[in-house]
Ligand binder design. Structure first.
Ligand code: ATP
Ligand code: MG
Length: 331
């Protein structure tokens, strides 16, 4: 079976609807056809200087959301990145193959460093895509399900894999991005031209673990436009189109049918319907997360088992790479 690897950063108390529709839901589906490895990338989260206690809690709650969404720890490997030391080790080797200019062209780095200012921008934020490449290449990954925002980082992972293979002989699999077009980019409700993001504006976010009233209120307050027609047109009607995308992704009703259903109706009707679909979809997920968090021992056991399984593969890859680049093997 082809191998799938993907991960999210534990940078918030809850994942959001973009993470769910753009990535997590694909992860669950891919378990049927792929050998799946999913990680909570806590080393990546250090790039935003999190509070230590918050980071620990967020790592567990992120894993709990994977499980609640349907990641099956029997079939798939689920682990926390820092439990497998090889990620940081391979990242060093890959960093030595990455051009400074090449890394400087990453748009996420440009955006995030502009927000954080020169003082707040760390070397870790700069080398983040190199660590991401290590995450992926360690497992000889064939497919990486991600949202549109990760396309450029995935391209770098592919370039690094090809470079490693070209310079040192065939060593690692060159990964492909798996981006599902319809849900590749869920937009911020309050600013529907920006991507919904954990580090974005709270009023534009739908968090999976948010209170139902808060979710409904944020959807009711979603920015639309001054027309009155419910029509899918991302360029001219980003807000309405985003609501239609969300509804369709969760209800399974095609966008064209939704347009027909809401013909002649006001935006308020659409918002009520979207709020209903979202709240209904998230309720069981939230309940399962609460159960899992009530017994962290069970969760920690799943993560320990996942790390042990991941380590077996990661060790083998790293040994191969270390040997090929000329590091002296330990006696
Ligand atoms: P941060 O602001 O901390 O970068 P994030 O919301 O971008 O948070 P990540 O942990 O960086 O979340 O990304 C996890 C996964 O979710 C990635 O595969 C990413 O492509 C996907 N993703 C993030 N935001 C969206 C979005 N708005 N629409 C679709 N997919 C998204
Ligand atoms: Mg991100």
């Amino acid at each position: 079976r082809p191998r799938v690897f993907s991960a999210m950063q534990p940078t918030a108390d809850s994942l959001h609807l973009g993470n769910y529709l753009g990535a997590l839901r694909q992860w669950v589906a891919l378990q049927e056809t792929h050998d799946a490895i999913y990680s909570v990338v806590d080393l990546h989260a250090l790039t935003v200087a999190p509070d230590p206690q918050a980071l620990r809690t967020r790592s567990r709650v992120t894993a709990a959301q994977y499980l609640a969404a349907g990641v099956d720890p029997e079939r798939s490997v689920l682990f926390v990145q820092s439990h497998v030391a090889e990620h940081a080790e391979l990242a060093w080797v890959l960093g030595c193959l990455t051009g400074f200019g090449e890394a400087s062209r990453m748009t996420q780095f440009k955006d995030k460093s502009a927000k954080q200012g020169a003082e707040g921008t760390t070397v870790g934020l700069f080398t983040y895509p190199v660590l991401m490449a290590a995450d992926i290449l360690l497992y000889d990954t064939d497919v990486v399900p991600v949202g549109e925002d990760q396309r450029q980082h995935l391209e770098l992972s592919r370039d690094l894999a090809q470079r490693l293979n070209a310079r040192f002989g065939p060593l690692v699999t060159v990964p492909e991005a798996h981006i599902v077009k319809a849900t590749a980019k869920i937009y911020d409700l309050a600013e529907p031209t920006a991507k919904m993001s954990k580090s974005g504006n709270p009023s534009g976010l739908i968090e999976l673990l948010d209170d139902e009233k808060v979710v409904a209120k944020r959807i009711r307050s979603a920015v639309t436009d001054t027309e009155t027609v419910v029509r899918f047109d991302p360029v001219h009607k980003p807000g309405v189109s985003n609501l239609l995308t969300i509804h369709s992704a969760l209800s399974g009703v095609p966008v064209a049918e939704l347009e027909a259903e809401f013909e002649g109706k006001m935006y308020g009707h659409l918002k009520v319907a979207v709020a209903d679909v979202v709240v209904t979809a998230l309720r069981p997920l939230r309940e399962r997360v609460a159960e899992l968090m009530a017994d962290p021992a069970e969760l920690d056991e799943i993560l320990a088992d996942g790390a042990a399984r991941a380590r077996v593969i990661a060790r083998e890859t790293l040994a191969r790479v270390y040997d090929a680049v000329g590091l002296v093997p330990p006696a």
